[in-house]
Design a binder for this molecule. Sequence first.
Ligand code: GAP
Length: 514
Amino acid sequence: MANQEDKFKKVISHAKEYGYVFQSSEIYDGLSAVYDYGQNGAELKKNIREYWWKAMVQLNDNIVGLDSAIFMHPTIWKASGHVDAFNDPLIDNKDSNKRYRADVLIEDYVGKLDSKIEKEVKKAAKRFGDKFDKEQFLATNQRVVDYKEQGDSILKRMGQSLEKEDLADVKALIEELDIACPMSGSKNWTDVKQFNLMFGTKLGASAESAMDLYLRPETAQGIFVNFLNVQKSGRMKIPFGIAQTGKAFRNEIVARQFIFRMREFEQMEMQFFIQPGTQKEWYDTWKEKRMKWHLSLGLGQDNYRFHDHDKLAHYADAAADIEFRFPFGFKELEGIHSRTDFDLGSHEKFSGKKLQYFDHETNKNYVPYVLETSIGLDRMFLAVFATSLQEEELENGSTRTVLKLPAVLAPTKAAILPLIKKDGLPDVARAIVKDLKWDFNVTYDEKDAVGRRYRRQDANGTPFCITVDHQTLEDQTVTIRHRDSMEQERVAISDLKRIIHEAVDMKTWLKKMD
Ligand code: GAP
């Protein structure tokens, strides 16, 4: 655990030191759970957004994009269920005065059982070596089976109690599990209460006529209320999807874990409109498609798992999370929800407008069902950034910090370095920058010894360093150093564009989804 905490602290400090993520309003002592993206963070975020957009919109003939406003008519949030049901169960500790999400306290308890299982697996794998069969071990080792059963039954009870709004039982569960306040160790809890997560604001100049508004807590509703506009203007035929990326706002009770849980964050959502009755098939299809998208980035298959929900949101008939192994354990990265006709049906009722699709084959109107994929861009950023940050022991006994970002997402693709600051080498290096910058984000760096510059670019996540030396002046070749292997090769300047392109081209990476 200490190790995990250390690693996470390194992630946060590295993100700051290298211009990826800053605490918002830092010079005023910060604003809790709000963050700014720096010069490198803005690029990485843009590249992740583009990687998602291309996979969803450009590569699917039947998915189109949308950019709806953050402000929306307040009745939308009544229709969507957010005014009445977008609550988190909160509990206060009477001694420390700290506030927690009751469900998160319980989930963290179960997370500890999961860590115990992982420990047992590691121990057994060491003991049995090549003969180790993980599946069999998980199914037959009594201790592991007990941990698993205990975790499952806790989550089941919590899910059922939340579903029934039985908050007294949620408190009882916390007490039975002997859960203590992580800050103070005290077990002196208040009752569990519901807390609405939407931020309210006002539209209009005078106090009397101002209209109460909410900052949107999800981008999805902008898609639902534009369903007919897009369907008609784009002559879309079911099945089809509408995708959008944009800011969402939630007044999170527990704002912690850096950019994992923020009060202002960005979502990348896609609503896929389908014929009623086909939702199971599309649910399976989108689970598979989205997992392939994740795996194409090469962060490691072992870092992902599906988690099927016991407790379903008010709009869903099936739901699963794609969970990722963050530095603090497996947590939700993306949700895949079968939302039935809840949203369009409800907007029909509240707006009094028909939101139906006319099927020319059957000559019938119907309210389409919806399959949703919803991922947090900031969470994806954290997944990519934290996994890529590595400390490596080198053969000479030293260590290097390297940010092994997937090259396609790296903010800067290459650094061009003159070996020394004289003999005309900077001019050649600058000419290379001038040429490459039409195709890639590249940077010029002449400060410090070349070894230090390599390390700086490693820590920055730059996949290539291109060094101009005296031989360059004679034969128009340079050395290109690969960030991950640290191997260097001598190549012609005229080949640089091709070499970089092969490594960073989005098409090549996205094709790994096939
Ligand atoms: N439209 C469905 C929806 O919003 P959700 O599970 O509440 O579903 C979807 O959110 C995704 O948005 C999550 O999987 C997560 O990646 C991201 N997300 C949610 N709350 C967040 C927060 N406070 N900070 C950062 N990302 C968040």
